[in-house]
Ligand binder design. Structure first.
Ligand SMILES: CC(C)(COP(=O)(O)OP(=O)(O)OC[C@H]1O[C@@H](n2cnc3c(N)ncnc32)[C@H](O)[C@@H]1OP(=O)(O)O)[C@@H](O)C(=O)NCCC(=O)NCCS
Length: 179
């Protein structure tokens, strides 16, 4: 990513999720989750919206699935409610599908359910993502979160119902405790 874009993304992230290190603004992800950034930039080089995609295998209901999730989705405050976030989150869903992942799955704050649904993600009623680690689990139902998903591979589509009303052991680790 060009430095000028990276700086803007870091500033947006720092504004939305303030960190403690002024020397390192923005959000740092665990490299083990193969973080991939997507950015919507206008013709003048201004970053309108940004997000990161994190990926790992998860075990669920006797199967093993390659799962990606959205993280740090943010639209520049000056450019909100113009459809930029929806456009980027839609593009991310399509990119995850094209990557060969079995499914996309992540949690979001309950009021943003409609935002993600308008970009083609479906809400999994009653589903809890368990973040953290097996030793230090961080389940999403201790926060007011809902789980959003999209099923891509034939196998994931065939087992989509098993992901509803279930507790899914994501275990992304201690850096990105929950996505
Ligand atoms: C959430 C966020 C990314 C939305 O970006 P955006 O570019 O303003 O969203 P869009 O214009 O594409 O919105 C599309 C639709 O989603 C819904 N929506 C957008 N922002 C919303 C919000 N904050 N709360 C509830 N619904 C929202 C609306 O239905 C909207 O359509 P409308 O404007 O016609 O009513 C932006 O508000 C943001 O950066 N928030 C701070 C960071 C954050 O909370 N990120 C999410 C982490 S899970």
């Amino acid at each position: 990513m060009p430095a000028a874009v990276r700086e803007q993304v870091s500033a947006l992230q720092e504004d939305a999720w303030p960190g403690n290190d002024p020397g390192r603004p923005g959000v740092a992800h665990d490299p083990a989750l193969s973080p991939l950034s997507m950015v919507l930039v206008d013709d003048g080089g201004t970053v309108l919206a940004a997000l990161d995609i994190l990926t790992k295998h998860l075990a669920h209901d006797g199967g093993r699935y390659l799962a990606s999730g959205l993280s740090t989705v943010v639209t520049s405050p000056a450019h909100r409610r113009r459809g930029h976030g929806r456009r980027l989150v839609t593009a991310a869903r399509e990119a995850i599908q094209a990557s060969g992942a079995d499914l996309g799955i992540f949690t979001c704050d309950r009021p943003l359910r409609g935002f993600y649904a308008s970009a083609g993600w479906q809400c999994l009623g009653g589903t809890v993502l368990i973040g953290g680690t097996p030793q230090q689990p961080f389940p999403s139902d201790q926060l007011d979160k809902v789980t959003m998903a999209a099923f891509f591979s034939r196998r994931a589509c065939a087992h989509a119902r098993s992901f509803r009303h279930s507790r899914i052991a994501l275990y992304p680790g201690t850096i990105d405790r929950l996505w």
